[in-house]
Design a protein around this ligand. Sequence first.
Ligand SMILES: NC(=O)c1ccc[n+]([C@@H]2O[C@H](COP(=O)([O-])OP(=O)(O)OC[C@H]3O[C@@H](n4cnc5c(N)ncnc54)[C@H](OP(=O)(O)O)[C@@H]3O)[C@@H](O)[C@H]2O)c1
Length: 331
Amino acid sequence: MKVLFIGGTGNISSSVSRLAVDRGIELYLLNRGKRTSSIAGTKSMTGDIKIPKEIKSILKNHAWDAVVNWIAFNEQDIDRDYELFRGKTKQYIFISSASVYQKPLAFPIVTESTPLANPFWQYSRDKIACEMKLNFYYRQEQFPITIVRPSLTYDTVIPVPIGGWTEYTIVDRIKKGKKIIVHGDGTSLFTITHSDDFAKGFLGLVGHQQAIGETFHITSDEILTWNQIHQALAQAVGCEARIVHIPSDVLASVDDELRGSLLGDKATSVMFDNTKIKRFVPEFSAIIPFNRGIQRTIDWFESDPARQQVRKETNDWMDKIIICYEDALKF
Ligand SMILES: NC(=O)c1ccc[n+]([C@@H]2O[C@H](COP(=O)([O-])OP(=O)(O)OC[C@H]3O[C@@H](n4cnc5c(N)ncnc54)[C@H](OP(=O)(O)O)[C@@H]3O)[C@@H](O)[C@H]2O)c1
């Protein structure tokens, strides 16, 4: 198969790119070439997807078995891709997000037919709009779409909502014995998926003739509390987590980004039903438990000091919120 990834060197897509190469896919990666680590066996195309004229000229003379856009976030991106790829690919895969599912959830077990509505997060509403646009192109023009909704998925990021992701602030605090914030009382349930596991489910859909017009989420079956997630992170660093619990709606009221990320996603207990991806891709099974996967992630960060970005603003913000909240509790 000849496949194009727009992106392909990111947190999720790097794992998929590596496995695709292992499986003998002829893989082209179109990105701006800003990442230092390259993926052996792929063919690079350097360009900015936001400059369609440049991309058109790079892609002319190519036809694809599948195109995956890892970085489409709004309807304009979908319209652009439709113009770029109609008649040029047998499958177009859009990376959506499991945060599109109804918030708060009326029922905690989520299937692909759970309603889509997220009043808390614009990012999710934009992904919903992308999905609707793609379904329109599929119905009206037979554009061969497949929609994939990752939930929280990690490899080269710290997958916690406060002080993590590409930042190393939370790890630095844990190492120094400083307090860290866990939303709610830390007992709400979430699933975190390693990118290497996600890759196995995802690649089973690439070139799958019955996946056209279909939508899937792909997650681990491991369900953890946020206390367990933070404790596993601390354990990977070899320290104790000094957790301060702060209600999610309090955190949401002081930070708009957290309103989306918590109330629109991570503060809601969720259990993903992965029956559909397992039916289409029977070999898919997620085998990396979080406490092992996060150890690999920490090792990756520790192997290069440049990766360990500790932000003073985040540290100050966390200190301030913790002091205010603990003071308020004294009344
Ligand atoms: N991780 C999660 O928990 C999660 C959950 C739900 C949904 N998602 C979805 O997953 C996707 C992110 O995938 P990822 O983690 O692999 O991506 P990522 O880590 O954000 O990587 C972005 C990739 O896109 C390239 N890129 C960025 N801007 C570009 C531009 N203007 N033109 C061309 N290439 C560009 C980057 O390379 P250069 O910088 O070199 O250009 C890189 O290859 C998003 O759609 C997100 O909504 C993620």
